[in-house]
Design a protein around this ligand. Structure first.
Ligand code: PMP
Length: 291
């Protein structure tokens, strides 16, 4: 991934993709003082770009550091990056971390670095997998208690258990893994939120202990626009047996139908497929209406 052609926005400048390097004594690498975003451009425009950049700043604040760029400056950097890369449909990855001046748990005076990279990335899950619904394993790790970890920050450190869980799932032939929360209720997948359908109503875990995804909130609005009831509540694992449809939401995952979670099976149907279509329409750049 580090040997591509192109440029990366790095601390306010565009550098050659291959030269966008950090020192091995970077605090963010050793101690996880790093936050990031995942955003997607459709037709050259990043969907809900400002919300993503504000979340990046908030994620950093939760970890105790302030980004040296405003959300508006990050918006401009991102737009210029897409122009220079000549990308229309792309994934955009902003990342911010503490630098290498001090090496130890304390790093009060380390420089805060920010970079933004973009690459073409059609679909997180392959189109074939997606249409049938993907299969999820049940992760061994649980999402941490908000008193144990900064669960509202999109912090790199929180992804350690996600990568372990996703790798374990992939080894068993699954596309991803579903994680319980610290109390044993349904939480989310390793990089996406989860929804269920039963009797024409949508159920999704309350997002007070893991990332309340931008896509999650978008899809809740789209469902309400369709006149569907959306119930945010604690969901017990054994309830999975009673749901007919299941899907994941996320910037990368978009709306992805799920066919299996461990022993439980689901069939993508009207509500999931309808919301996939609505989401696709929603993310298209809004053209100014002709007067
Ligand atoms: N949960 C986790 C752990 C994630 O990594 C993501 C992807 N950012 C999401 C949920 C979905 O968030 P969003 O819809 O804002 O991309």
């Amino acid at each position: 991934f580090d040997q591509r052609e192109g440029v990366i926005w790095f601390d306010g400048e565009f550098v050659d993709w291959k030269d966008a390097k950090v020192h091995v004594l970077t605090h963010g690498l050793h101690y996880g003082s790093c936050v990031f975003e995942g955003q997607r451009a459709y037709g050259g425009v990043v969907f809900k770009q400002r919300e993503h950049h504000e979340r990046l700043r908030t994620s950093a604040e939760i970890l105790g550091f302030e980004l040296p760029y405003s959300a508006a400056e990050l918006d401009a950097a991102c737009e210029e990056l897409l122009r220079r890369m000549n990308f229309v449909d792309a994934y955009v990855r902003p990342v911010a971390w503490r630098g290498s001046e001090m090496m130890g748990v304390s790093a009060q005076n380390n420089t805060i670095h920010v970079a933004i990279a973009a690459w073409e990335w059609p679909s997180y899950f392959s189109p074939e997998e997606r249409a049938k619904g993907i299969r999820l394993d049940i992760a061994e790790y649980r999402r941490p208690d908000p008193r144990t970890a900064p669960s509202k920050s999109k912090a790199a450190g929180l992804y350690m258990i996600c990568t372990i869980s996703k790798h374990a799932a992939e080894r068993k032939g699954y596309a991803d893994a579903l994680m319980w929360d610290y109390e044993g209720y349904v939480a989310e997948a390793t990089g996406a939120n989860v929804f269920f359908v039963e009797g024409g109503k949508i159920h999704t875990p309350l997002a007070d202990r893991f990332l309340d995804g931008i896509t999650r909130r978008t899809v809740i609005d789209l469902a309400k626009r369709r006149g569907l009831e959306v119930i945010e509540r604690r969901i017990k694992p054994e309830e999975l047996a009673g749901f007919s449809e299941c899907f994941l939401t996320g910037t990368a995952a978009e709306v992805t139908p799920v066919s299996e979670i461990g022993p439980y099976t689901f069939k993508p149907a009207e509500i999931t497929l309808g919301l996939m279509t609505d989401y696709f329409a929603e993310v298209q750049p809004k053209r100014a209406a002709a007067e």
